[in-house]
Design a protein. Sequence first.
Length: 115
Amino acid sequence: MSDFNLCLNCGACCAYFRATFYWTEADLAAGGSVPEELTEKLNNFRVCMKGTNQSKPRCIALKGEIGKSVHCSIYENRASVCRDFDMAVNHDPNHGCNQARKYWGLPPIPGYCPN
């Protein structure tokens, strides 16, 4: 696979899943890096990115047009749930990636064959 990052013209996962994580990731005093004003409290332990806790989710940090050209406005400070979500590739398939792509009418990542 080339060095080209397919995520830069996708963004489907950011407008399909709820991005939920432990509250300290959005608390600067606790060492967090996610801007607190971009989060929504779910309970005493969990927050999510604003925009992702609705029937038609879209992360507030996602900029651009899904399937065309996108970027995360807080990429360097994104939550662990975002850091840990990989695109689907031959050697390490991510069913969630292609599930989100399918929802947005995008083809599966080339070379990925779901079971």
